[in-house]
Write a protein that binds this ligand. Structure first.
Ligand code: GDP
Ligand code: MG
Length: 299
């Protein structure tokens, strides 16, 4: 491959919460680089996922969902982080959900459209649309809203039309040598990914009971032969939440620990021993200093 034919660059994946941005990044990268749950605001910080092909290096920036509620410090930090990522990227992709156009989508389009970098549109979750021709008027309406670099329907979950999206992304990126080693697929180390896998299982297990006021911090990570020993603290905001997270007889915490450990073993390719602790730190989501100490300082 001649150097002049190789493309590389940063692609910000943006949009309102819950449209499937993280699922799309994981599907394109082929690894779980970003956690996924049915709850909005699962992704809290910028996550990089890379895919290197024969013709390009696609560096995806998964961003927290863009939302209008800026009341809490955590929400503001997430919006800041998402826009910083989008404004530094070579290319942005707005992700929307097929046949769904909401106030927050309009808000996201308005802000991303004004950044000046090329903006493509991925219409996700088309697996939910039947019959498929119901998509056509939606695609036309979207094309009328903005002069997108491309508009492509996909299903991240079913991996439908992702090769087409990959081709469009490759064409839209600048000619550039690789920016990361070809085998690297994320910028997060194992510790950070481990903390995220715990948070994912907590959100899945708790659903309605706990909003997003939970953070996970890895206290200790030791490689003991081929065994990875991890100890993590789950931070909650209230004593009552602590009881919910632990669950009757410690059952909920045990299940969360087991599911997260299995995910780690699958992704890290080694045995994991995981210990979880639950501690209370009041109002951390409202406190900029507490956020910084939990790793939300960027953006
Ligand atoms: P994000 O908040 O935009 O990052 O969205 P997530 O990737 O966390 O996904 C939110 C929810 O939508 C999860 O329950 C996903 O399983 C679901 N989802 C994502 N992509 C698809 C898709 O292509 N089809 C369907 N039916 N569901 C999807
Ligand atoms: Mg996400």
């Amino acid at each position: 491959m001649a150097e002049a034919d190789f493309h590389a660059g940063f692609i910000a994946i943006a949009g309102r919460p819950n449209v499937g941005k993280s699922t799309l990044v994981n599907a394109l990268v082929g690894h779980k680089v970003s956690i996924v749950t049915p709850k909005p605001q699962t992704t809290r910080r910028r996550v990089l996922g890379m895919k290197t092909t024969a013709t390009a290096q696609l560096i995806f920036v998964d961003t927290p969902g863009l939302h209008t509620g800026e009341g809490r410090a955590l929400n503001r930090a997430m919006n800041r982080s998402a826009f910083a990522a989008a404004s530094e990227a070579d290319l942005c992709v707005l992700v929307v959900e097929a046949l769904q156009w909401e106030e927050e989508d309009a808000h996201a389009l308005q802000r991303l459209g004004s950044l000046g970098s090329p903006l493509g549109l991925a219409i996700n979750k088309v697996d939910k649309v039947r019959p498929k021709d119901r998509l056509l008027p939606f695609i036309e309406a979207m094309q009328a809203r903005h002069d997108f670099s491309f508009v492509v329907p996909v299903s991240a979950q079913r991996r439908e039309n992702l090769a087409e999206l990959e081709k469009l992304l490759t064409q839209a990126l600048p000619v550039s040598p690789m920016l990361f080693p070809a085998e690297q697929f994320t910028d997060q180390d194992e510790t950070l990914r481990a903390a995220e896998f715990v948070r994912e299982q907590l959100i899945l297990a708790l659903r309605q009971e706990l909003p997003y006021s939970v953070a996970v911090q890895i206290e200790e990570s030791v490689l003991d032969g081929s065994l990875l020993r991890l100890s993590a603290t789950i931070w909650v905001e209230r004593e009552g939440q602590k009881a919910i997270v632990i669950g009757g007889g410690g059952g909920l915490l045990k299940n969360v620990g087991r599911a997260a450990r299995l995910e780690m073993e699958r992704e890290f390719g080694r045995k994991v021993f995981l210990q979880l602790w639950v501690k209370v730190r009041e109002d951390w989501a409202d406190d900029e200093r507490a956020l910084a100490s939990l790793g939300f300082e960027e953006g």
